[in-house]
Structure formats: structure tokens, C-alpha cells
Design a protein around this ligand. Sequence first.
Ligand code: NDP
Length: 285
Amino acid sequence: MAELLKGKAVADAIKGEVAARVEALKARGITPKLGIVRVGARPDDLFYEGGAKKTCDAVGLAYEVFEFPADVAQDTLEKAMQEVAANREIHGILMFSPLPQHLNEKKIRALIPVEKDVDCMTLAGAGKVFADDQTGFPPCTPTACMEILKYYNVALKGKRVVVVGRSLVVGKPVAMLLLREHATVTICHSRTENLPAVCAEADLLVAAIGRAKMIDSKYVKPGQIVIDVGINEDPDQPGKYCGDVDFASVEPIVARITPVPGGVGSVTTAVLCKQTVAACELQHS
Ligand code: NDP
């Protein structure tokens, strides 16, 4: 039976640390604040926003939501983003993506100042992450994976890690963060040959695919650690969600595994708050 690497304990530890840093900033007369930019009202965005607000409240972080209708004009949104960017009281910006199709998202993202880019929406932010520049903030989900590994003392130096998925939101940045910790990283994707065999060679397997329960017993080996980033509708249980890993098939084989729900996803808003506080500290250093 595998040990469950649950996210709640990790999120609680991060929140405790962030609350202390918020208090220290407030003692200097500075209130760290997150600006949330949302266009439309997609249920997934509203769900994440609700979680982010709750975590902000728990750690004493201020926030403000800038909400726009789904048919907002490009110039209106650009002007609003410029104002949020220039607002000295806002230290971090979260913008929900993708934006509706009529908008030029690249142009809007580029308006986020890199020092406020706490979820790595800009190319400059991504550049910092890939260049190991610690003043840049990786996207919250890959950072959540790293926080889980750190909290549960998973050794990474010299270990073989396989990441399945090469998106700019999860796969590529998590690979860079693992490399930073001296892991030997292989990045796989939809064209990788012999994927089950490649995955089964890893000490640590990170699944960031977007395919419900794809990683089954063929992809793993005894002793392995599995981080499941996936959030998918569960094909077997309507209304519930599941990971990219077939938990029932994999859990009896591997040593440690993150559950879904209750794993990576439950750490991301704590990371968002931590990165906003770090941005605030840097802006006031
Ligand atoms: P993307 O769709 O952007 O990327 C998926 C990646 O998986 C691609 O690189 C793709 O390869 C690869 N892939 C797809 N099918 C296969 C396959 N059959 N075999 C091997 N590789 C495959 O997804 P994201 O990176 O945005 O998200 C990945 C997962 O993480 C999703 O389930 C998403 O819901 C979840 N997620 C969870 C978050 C959290 O907070 N827990 C936050 C963000 C995402 P290729 O490049 O060749 O197409």
C-alpha cells in the first residue's frame, strides 16, 4: 500500500509561513495585495477564485477582483490591465486564462509587469524560471509539486525523473524546477515512443497530461513516487474528478503517490499567496 502524499498538510505549512511574512510586512506598514483579473464567469475560474480568496483571508493577504464581461473590448481590457499593473498597492497579478477568443491574450499578458507576474503569465517570467533567476515566479502548479516533494523529503539529487507533458503551464516549468534540484529529467509527450517503458524507469513520475486515468500499472514500478497533476472529469463517476493516474491500478505497486482530489490541486492557492508575498517583499526591498 502506497503512502499518500496529501496536499493539505503541505498547504497548511505554507500558509503558516506566509501568514508570518504578511504580519512582518504589515508591521512595516505594507499590506501585500493580490489583483485577480477575470473575464467572464467560467465555473472553473470561479471555483479557483473562491479558493484563492479563502486562502488570502486565511493568511491576511488583501485582494481585489477586477471582473469583466465575456464580451469586453480589447482596448477596455488593455486599459484596465495597465491600471492594475501601475497600481502600487497591488503586488501580484493573477489573470484567468484562456481569455475569450476575440481577445489578443498575448498582448494582455505582456502588460503584466514581470515583478508582479506571480503565476508566470509572461515570457519574461518564463525566461527567469528557465534561467534559474530566483526573482521570477514559476507557475503555481509546478511550484506546488515542488513544495509537496520538499515537505515529504523526497530526494531529487541524481534521481531519474520522468515528466509526462510539455505544456508551458506545467510540464516544461516543473522539469526546469526538478533540474534545479539536480534531478536527471526526461520530458515525455504524445509522440514519445515506448512511453510505459520510459515511465517505468523513473524514480519519480510526474503526470501532467490531461487524460483521465491514463497512467496505469504498465507505466510504474515498485518503489516509485508518483505526482499526479491531472484534473479530469471522472469517466466512471459523473460529477467527480480524477487524475491522469489510474489510482486503483497504480497505488498497490508504487511507494508514494499524490491523491486526486487532495493532492497537487490543494496546494496551488497557498503557493499563489506565497509568491504574492515574495513579490511584495522584493518590491519593497
Ligand atoms: P496541456 O493539454 O496543455 O498539455 C498536455 C501535455 O500532455 C502535452 O504536452 C501533450 O503532449 C501531453 N499528452 C497528451 N496526451 C498524451 C499521451 N497520450 N501520451 C503522452 N503525452 C500526452 O495540459 P496542461 O499541461 O495544461 O495540464 C495537464 C494536466 O494538469 C491536466 O489534467 C490539467 O487539468 C491539470 N492541471 C492541474 C492543475 C492543478 O492545479 N492541479 C493546474 C493546471 C493543470 P503534446 O505536447 O505532444 O501534445
